[in-house]
Ligand binder design. Structure first.
Ligand code: FAD
Length: 266
């Protein structure tokens, strides 16, 4: 197996983490259980004790129209998908230009903006075990039960790229901070907003070291510079503790913490 040295303080959107040798997944699908698969770490917080990591090789960075479907490789960045759809006048993927990540991570997280989610137009995924149709997968708000590497996904092909939607999505993001983060830290609990709850327990703008629940959007945990994993974890635990004590609500993480020693309350 080949390895690639990745400096997570540069690679991850949080800009936190050390240099780690990451295995490259090519055509050999043996012993996959030993590794945790990452995409481009736009939803991931890497600790000082990460599990063994693996990423898809660039051979899975591909996008094409075939059999009247849009077929996208698991390692294809969202920006490339957005440009391809614009160039070929393809509809329904306008929201993706504002969602950082690679196709595998986007599908695994069922990433989206409000009602626009990646699963809306999905037909199937290709994994080392074969093809899995959308009907065979459980999915919901930032959730799927996929437990295999997504090598490729096929989507319904509809024409009519809509630039107005791009503008709409840009506006929807206007209140989000541009400081390094991994997007929303917690999932919104049913009928409520994680950001509102964090603000209600006095943690909006709470800064520890260089990590802060953003003053612009409380559910964004941002890194102002040399933020540490420990400070990020402290803030996460403090939010979970205070929100549970005050409202009896368990804030569920949307970001994924990759550290074999770290613990969160929920
Ligand atoms: C500024 C900012 C704004 C954001 N806004 C939004 C938003 O509005 N909506 C939203 O939904 N998300 C948002 N996010 C989060 C992020 O864009 C998504 O979660 C995206 O899907 C992450 O993709 P990734 O490749 O970086 O995945 P990673 O962070 O690397 O991994 C995320 C998860 O996906 C799994 N995974 C990765 N690749 C594969 C694969 N090939 N097969 C199977 N599983 C895989 C990993 O195991 C991990 O569990 C935002 C992030 C940032 C930094």
């Amino acid at each position: 197996m080949q390895f690639k040295s990745i400096d997570f303080s540069k690679y991850s959107s949080f800009k936190i983490g050390a240099k780690v040798d990451v295995a490259l997944l090519q055509n050999d699908f043996k012993n996959l259980d030993e590794f945790y698969l990452i995409g481009s770490c736009n939803n991931t917080l890497i600790g000082p004790n990460p599990p063994k990591l693996m990423m898809l090789d660039k051979m899975y960075d591909s996008i094409k129209i075939e059999e009247n479907m849009l077929k996208v490789g698991g390692a294809t960045p969202s920006g490339k998908i957005a440009s391809f759809c614009k160039k070929h006048n393809i509809a329904n993927f306008e929201f993706i230009s504002h969602l950082p990540g690679k196709l595998g991570g986007l599908v695994y997280m069922n990433a989206g903006l409000k009602e626009f989610e990646i699963f809306n137009h999905l037909i199937n995924i290709k994994t080392p075990q074969g093809i899995k149709t959308k009907e065979e997968i459980q999915f919901g708000y930032r959730f799927t039960n996929i437990n295999e590497p997504i090598l490729e996904a096929s989507f319904h092909l509809e024409y009519g790229f809509d630039p107005q939607k791009v503008t709409l999505f840009k506006t929807m993001r206007a209140n989000q901070p541009s400081t390094s983060s991994a997007g929303s830290c917690f999932k919104n609990p049913k009928g409520d907003y994680a950001g509102r709850l964090i603000e209600a327990v006095g943690l909006k703008g709470k800064k520890v070291g260089a990590m802060e629940f953003s003053t612009q959007h409380a559910n964004f945990l941002v890194n102002h510079g040399n933020g540490s994993f420990e400070d990020a974890l402290w803030l996460i635990n403090e939010a979970q503790k205070r929100v549970f004590e005050e409202f009896g609500i368990k804030l569920e993480l949307e970001i994924i913490i990759l550290d074999t020693q770290a613990k969160t309350i929920f």
